[in-house]
Design a protein around this ligand. Sequence first.
Ligand code: HEC
Ligand SMILES: [Cu+2]
Length: 323
Amino acid sequence: MKAERIARLLVIVLAIGLPALVVLARSAPGPIEIHGVMANEGGWTPGELTAKVGEPINLRLTSDDVVHGFAIGQSPWPSVEVMPGKWTTTTLVFDRPGKYTFYCTRWCGPNHWRMRGTIEVTGSDTVTVTETTPLFISLKRDLDAPHPSDVVPSEKPSAARGDALGVKSDLAADAYRTQSPAQVWRTLRERATTQALSDQQVWDLVAAAWRSNTTPARLAEGRQLYAANCAACHGETGRGDGVMATSLQKAAPSDMPGMLGHDTVKPIDFTNSQNLLGASSAILEGKIIRGGMGTGMPYWGPILTAPQIWALIDYLWMFQFDP
Ligand code: HEC
Ligand SMILES: [Cu+2]
C-alpha cells in the first residue's frame, strides 16, 4: 500500500542539493490548510508551522483575497501560485533543521513583504554538502541581511595596476567565493607587505585577485548572459536603469524604508561600490538563484546552470573592477 502511495507522488528534485524537497501530492493524507490574505489583513493563517526532518508535511493553500505566491526562503525552490477560491496542494520534506521563512512572492499590496510565516523544523541534519551545493546554503548565509561596505575605493580599482605592484597576495583559495571585496581589502591592508601602499593601491590588489579568479572566456559568457537576461532591469551599464526598471519602481510603496535592506525595489545598481563591495560571490549566487522576495528580482535557479551563474557573477564584479 505504501509503495502504491509513493508511486502516486510526483517528486521534483532540483539538481542542486535542496534543503527543502517539494512534492506535489494530490492524495497525501492530513493536509494543513493555510489561508493567505494581504498582510494588513493578517497575512498567512496559520503563520507558524512545525515539521520534522525527513517527515513530509502536506499543505493546502488558498487565498481569501487576491493572487498570492508561496515560497520558502533559504531554499532555491520556486514559488507556487495561491489563487482565490482554489486550492493548491504541496508537500514539503525538509532535510535540514532550522527556522524557515515562508513568504508571498506576488506584489499584493504595500505590506506585501510582511506577508511571512515560519516553519520550525526539528531533527538532525541530513544534508551532505557536495560540490554542487550552492554556497549560500552550505555556508548558511542570510540573503536578506543588508551588506553595505564601510570601506570604498576612491576610484574604480584596476587589476592591471594591481598586478603591476608586484605584491604576492597569498589569499585563501576560497576568498573570492566566500568573502566580500571589503573583507579581502581589510586582510590585505593589514599585511606587512602592503604597509608602503596607499588604500587605493590595496584596492587595485583586490581587483587583481578578483580578475585572477576568472577568465576572458567566462567574462564573455557572463556578458552575453547579462545582456540577454539582466540588462532589461539592471541596465546595460549595471546602473539599475534598464527599460523595465521604471515599472518596478512604480510598484514600490513609498512607506517601506529599509525593506530587505534596500530602500525601494529599484533594481540594484551594480556600480554602487558601497553596496556591491560588501557582498560576497556567495551572496550574489544566492540572490541570483533565489531571486528577491517579491521585489521583482526573478529567481534564476531553475533556469541557469551553475557554470552560467558563476560566469554572471564574474561579470557582475567587472562593474566594480577594471580588468
Ligand atoms: C525584472 C527585473 C529584474 C531582472 C530581469 C533581473 N533583476 Fe536582479 N534585481 C532586481 C531587483 C528589483 C533587485 C533588488 C531587490 C532585491 O535585492 O531583492 C535585484 C537584485 C539583484 C541582486 C542582489 C544584489 C545585492 O546587492 O544584494 C543580484 C545579484 C541580481 N539582482 C542579479 C541579477 C542577474 C544576474 C540577473 C540576470 C540573470 C538579474 N538580476 C535580472 C530586478 C531584476
Ligand atoms: Cu501576497
